[in-house]
Design a protein. Structure first.
Length: 424
């Protein structure tokens, strides 16, 4: 016999939820094959069998929370299901049939009062009734627990209330599970139709972290608008050649990533974090790119964005986004970002105030490109493709002057993208 255990996941992850069993008792499993899918705060992880054999027992149900090191299943080593010994089967055949229990006296259905009386006569005699405290008897009546089935902890044999609590909890667990599988409640207390949905572990973590950031950081947002004309023109002119050479499509994210890196070099406190009473300024540029998935928002990281060209950044973003939507991101893909970019414009958002991705102290929000009349000079007004951009920052270490300067720098680089070649 061998146990399948929850392996070490990451320094910050100590537990997860079994979201799906991929094997059931009796199934054959190869060494290195996944038996279950574990949902953690950040990613889903396959739990792997270290043995070849047959699944003998699953120790948890789908939806249960397990910790690192917990055994979750038992594997019987071998190439198939363990066969029953021939000697045991022969003994079972020779064994005499169990004696037939005497049938209980049948009471006519037309006399329910007499039937009830017969049942009452078969109750445990007073001398054999368990000794129990009044609180225990009251709880037993409320929960429908048979006191004769309780093994009391009291050396004198008295059943106390706490003896019933574990029994009650074990009875309630399958009821709650059945209620969950039966579907959401349909009627609200006001008599109106509703749908109740259980939050996934990841959604709970996202909610918790967003609230924590707003409670721990002095968050402020500043806005500006960018004329996207030059970037659009370059993209149209260069996208076919870049695709032919790199097999990747040139989008807007690479321009903003390069502009953000250049602005971070000029305003380094936005590439920092607070640890205790110290400020740690990062001298590397690992840029998180927010991606929306069916399970919630995730932020995979483009490593060393300052050392990559436009095509390499676009390739990394496309690869990470595909992994996110297929639920194949690893923990390494999500850890260690120094600054985040989020693009609400893909959903049509015209303006928003992005929330910090702690412990980072800055996040840039991109929005929908919309044609608007723009004053070019005192005499000309033109229709230009404009985008509002927003920078949320932690005011504890970033002053308004730096935040505005950072956003203006991004604006200047997007409106004159040739500068990005000079910025490195």
């Amino acid at each position: 016999m061998a146990e399948i255990k929850v392996p070490p996941l990451a320094e910050s992850i100590t537990e997860g939820t079994i979201s799906k069993w991929l094997k059931k008792p009796g199934d054959f499993v190869q060494k290195g094959e996944a038996v279950a899918e574990l949902e953690t705060d950040k990613v889903n992880v396959d739990l792997i069998s270290e043995e070849t054999g047959v699944i003998r027992e699953l120790l948890f149900r789908e939806g249960d929370t397990v910790k690192v090191g917990d055994p979750i299943a038992v594997v019987a080593e071998g190439s198939g299901a363990p066969a029953e010994p021939a000697e045991k089967a022969a003994e079972a055949e020779k064994a005499p049939a169990p004696a037939k229990e005497p049938e209980k006296a049948q009471v006519p259905a037309a006399e329910p009062e007499k039937a009830l009386a017969v049942e009452k006569k078969e109750e445990v005699p007073p001398a054999q009734r368990p000794i129990a405290t009044p609180a225990a008897r009251k709880l037993a009546r409320e929960k429908g627990i048979d006191l004769t089935q309780i093994a009391p902890a009291d050396p004198l044999g008295r059943v106390r209330k706490h003896d019933l609590l574990d029994v009650s909890a074990r009875q309630e667990a399958p009821r709650e599970k059945a209620a969950e599988s039966a579907g959401p409640a349909q009627i609200s207390p006001q008599g109106k139709p509703v749908e109740i949905m259980k939050m996934s572990r990841r959604r709970q973590t996202i909610a918790k972290r967003l609230v924590e950031v707003q409670h721990t950081a002095a968050m402020l947002t500043t806005f500006n608008e960018v004329d996207m004309s030059r970037v659009i023109e370059i993209r149209k002119r260069r996208k076919e050649k870049i695709y032919e050479e790199y097999e990747v499509r040139l989008g807007f994210m690479s321009f903003f990533t390069k502009a953000v890196v250049a602005a971070l070099k000029k305003y380094p406190l936005l590439n920092a974090e607070i640890v205790g009473d110290e400020i740690i300024v990062k001298k590397f540029y690992d840029i998180g790119i927010a991606v929306s998935t069916d399970q919630g928002l995730v932020v995979p990281v483009v490593r060393d964005a300052d050392k990559k060209n436009f095509a390499e950044i676009e390739r990394d973003i496309a690869h990470l986004a595909a992994k996110a939507r297929e639920n194949k991101l690893s923990l390494e893909d999500l850890q260690g970002g120094t600054f985040t970019i989020t693009n609400g414009g893909v959903f049509g958002s015209l303006m928003s105030t992005p929330i910090l991705n702690g412990p980072q102290v800055g996040i840039l929000g991109m929005h929908k490109i919309q044609k608007r009349p723009v004053a070019i000079d005192d005499e000309r007004i033109e229709i230009r493709p404009m985008m509002y951009i927003a920078l949320s920052y932690d005011h504890r270490i970033v002053d308004g002057k730096e935040a505005v300067g950072f956003l203006v720098k991004v604006k200047e680089l997007i409106e004159d993208p040739e500068q990005l070649l000079l910025e490195g």
